[in-house]
Design a protein around this ligand. Structure first.
Ligand code: GDP
Length: 458
C-alpha cells in the first residue's frame, strides 16, 4: 500500500473535552474553533453537526512550523462540541468509547474537583488516551501572557517568583494525578508518553499553550491509535446517536457522529431504541450552513452523503424513540437481519445487568446509564432496574411496592421527574429520589442515606 493510499484511509480522530464545571472546557473549545479566524492558505476548520473539524494544515499553521506537516499522517482532529463526561459516555460504540482521545481540563488555581476525578475514572475504564491541561495560567499572580508563543517561551519570560508559584500549583495537580494512579509530568519534560501522562499548561482565554495541546493530541493519535483509525470509506456507515432533537420544519432528527464508512440519502439504517430497533430510510442528511447563508434560510443544508469521521444530522420517518448513545448502522437487504439483531443485542446488554432486588437507576442516555451501573456495582450496591428516561409515575409505583427502605430508592442521573410522578411521591413519603448530574454525588447521597437509616435502626 502506498503511503498516500494509507493516508486516505486514516480517519480523523474524535476528541472529547472533559473536566469540572467552570474549569474552562467551553472556552478551550471556543479557542480551538477560533482557529478559523487565522486566514491563511491553510484553509478553514469545518463545522459539523455536534463537532468541529480542525484540519492538520490549520494546526501546523497555528504552531508556526510548516516542517511539522510531514510528521503527521492523521488528517486533523474532530472535536465534539459538547464538553463534559456526559457527551463522552453518550458516544459509546460496542461497549467502548467512540472518542479516540480526550482532554481533561483542570483550573490550575482550583486544582482537582469531583468531576475531575469522575472524568479520570471514566477514561481509565475506557482506556482512552488523554492529556490533562492546567488551565487559567493567565490568572496566576504576576503572569505575563503571550498568546501566540509556545508555552516554554512564555514561561521563561516570567519572574522567578511567578515561575515558582506556577511550579507549586502545577505540581499539586501532578500529585493529585499520581494519587489517581497516573505518572504525570509537564509535556516538554516527558520522553516517553507511553509511560507518562502529558500535562499541558494553557490559558483557554488568551490561547497560550493551545497549539501545544493540538500538537500533542496529534502525536498521541499517531502513537496509540494508528490501527484504530484505519477505516473503510466505501463501507456501510456506522455511527452513534449524540442527540435526538426536534427541528423546525424537519420534525424529529438525530444528530449522529459517524465513525466508519459512508451514509447516503435514501440508505436504510437501523437505530437503537428500547425493545425492537428502528428500521428506517434516510430522508435527508444535513450539515450546518455557512454563517453567511444563515440569515435567509434554514440553519441546515442537505448533503448527498456523509463520510466518517464527521457529525451529521439525519432526518428520517419514525425516529422519535431513538436513544441517545445507541448505534446507527446502515443496512442492505442482505445485512438487515444481522444488523437488527446486533443493534437489539447492544441495547439489551446495557439494560439487563440487574439483580433480583436493589435500587432503581435511571439516566438520560445509554452511556451514562452504563457509567452509573458500573460505579454502583463497584460500590457493591445492588441494582434492581436500570433504565433510560425521566423518572415516571410507573417508576414511583414500582418503588412503592418495595418494602426495604434501602431499596425503595430511585437514583436519577441528569433527568427530570415527571409532574405526575412527583404527585404520586406525596402519597409515598418513604420513597426517595436522589438526583444529580455528578454520579459521585448521587453515590455519596445514597451512602449517607443508608448510614442514617442504619443509625436510626440502632
Ligand atoms: P466550563 O464550564 O468548563 O465549560 O467553563 P467555561 O469555559 O464556561 O469557563 C468558566 C469561566 O472561566 C468563564 O467565565 C470563562 O471566561 C473563564 N475562563 C475559562 N478559561 C479561562 C482562562 O484560561 N483564563 C481565565 N482568566 N478565565 C478563564
Amino acid at each position: 500500500m502506498s503511503e498516500n493510499h494509507e493516508k486516505k484511509n486514516l480517519r480523523t480522530p474524535i476528541v472529547c473535552v472533559m473536566g469540572h464545571v467552570d474549569h474552562g472546557k467551553t472556552t478551550l473549545l471556543d479557542q480551538i474553533r477560533g482557529t478559523s479566524i487565522v486566514k491563511g492558505e491553510a484553509g478553514a476548520i469545518t463545522q459539523h453537526i455536534g463537532a468541529t473539524e480542525v484540519p492538520i494544515d490549520v494546526i501546523v499553521e497555528r504552531c508556526g512550523d510548516k516542517r511539522l506537516r510531514d510528521k503527521f499522517i492523521v488528517p486533523g482532529l474532530l472535536f465534539i462540541d459538547t464538553p463534559g463526561h456526559h457527551a463522552f459516555t453518550t458516544l459509546r460504540s460496542r461497549g467502548g468509547s467512540l472518542a479516540d482521545l480526550a482532554v481533561v481540563v483542570v483550573d490550575i488555581n482550583e486544582g482537582f474537583k469531583p468531576q475531575t476525578i469522575e472524568s479520570l475514572n471514566i477514561l481509565k475504564r475506557f482506556k482512552t488516551p488523554f492529556i490533562v491541561v492546567t488551565n487559567k495560567i493567565d490568572k496566576l499572580y504576576g503572569w505575563k501572557s503571550n498568546p501566540h508563543a509556545p508555552f516554554l517561551t512564555t514561561y521563561k519570560k516570567q519572574t522567578p517568583e511567578t515561575q515558582a508559584l506556577f511550579e507549586t500549583k502545577f505540581y499539586e495537580v501532578v500529585g493529585r494525578l499520581y494519587e489517581q494512579g497516573f505518572s504525570a509530568d509537564r509535556f516538554d519534560r516527558i520522553t516517553d508518553f507511553q509511560k507518562t501522562l502529558g500535562v499541558v499548561p494553557i490559558s483557554g482565554l488568551t490561547g497560550e499553550g493551545v497549539s501545544d495541546v493540538l500538537m500533542i493530541l496529534l502525536g498521541l493519535a499517531q502513537r496509540f491509535l494508528e490501527s484504530a483509525l484505519h477505516y473503510n470509506i466505501d463501507g456501510p456507515g456506522i455511527g452513534t446517536v449524540l442527540e435526538v432533537k426536534e427541528e423546525k420544519g424537519l420534525g424529529t432528527t438525530i444528530d449522529v457522529i459517524l465513525y466508519d464508512g459512508t451514509l447516503r440519502k435514501g440508505d436504510t439504517v437501523v437505530i437503537g431504541r428500547l425493545g425492537e430497533p428502528i428500521e428506517t430510510k434516510i430522508r435527508a442528511l444535513l450539515k450546518p450552513r455557512e454563517l453567511a447563508e444563515i440569515r435567509y434560510e434554514s440553519k441546515f443544508k442537505q448533503v448527498p452523503k456523509a463520510v466518517a469521521a464527521c457529525g451529521v444530522k439525519i432526518s428520517a420517518p419514525g425516529i422519535e424513540e431513538a436513544l441517545a448513545g445507541s448505534p446507527v448502522i446502515m443496512a442492505t437487504p442482505e445485512t438487515i437481519e444481522s444488523v437488527l439483531e446486533k443493534v437489539k443485542k447492544e441495547i439489551a446488554d446495557v439494560q439487563i445487568q440487574t439483580d433480583s432486588d436493589g435500587v432503581m437507576i435511571k439516566a438520560d442516555t445509554l452511556g451514562s446509564l452504563e457509567a452509573m451501573v458500573h460505579e454502583f456495582r463497584k460500590a457493591e450496591i445492588k441494582i434492581r432496574k436500570a433504565e433510560v428516561g425521566d423518572v415516571s409515575k410507573r417508576d414511583v409505583m414500582e418503588a412503592s411496592t418495595i418494602e426495604d427502605p434501602m431499596h425503595s430508592v430511585i437514583l436519577a442521573f441528569n433527568i427530570k421527574t415527571t409532574p405526575d410522578a412527583l404527585e404520586l411521591m406525596d402519597e409515598h413519603p418513604s420513597i426517595r429520589i436522589f438526583t444529580n448530574d455528578v454520579i459521585y454525588r448521587i453515590l455519596d447521597d445514597y451512602k449517607n442515606y443508608i448510614k442514617e437509616r442504619e443509625e436510626e435502626l440502632e
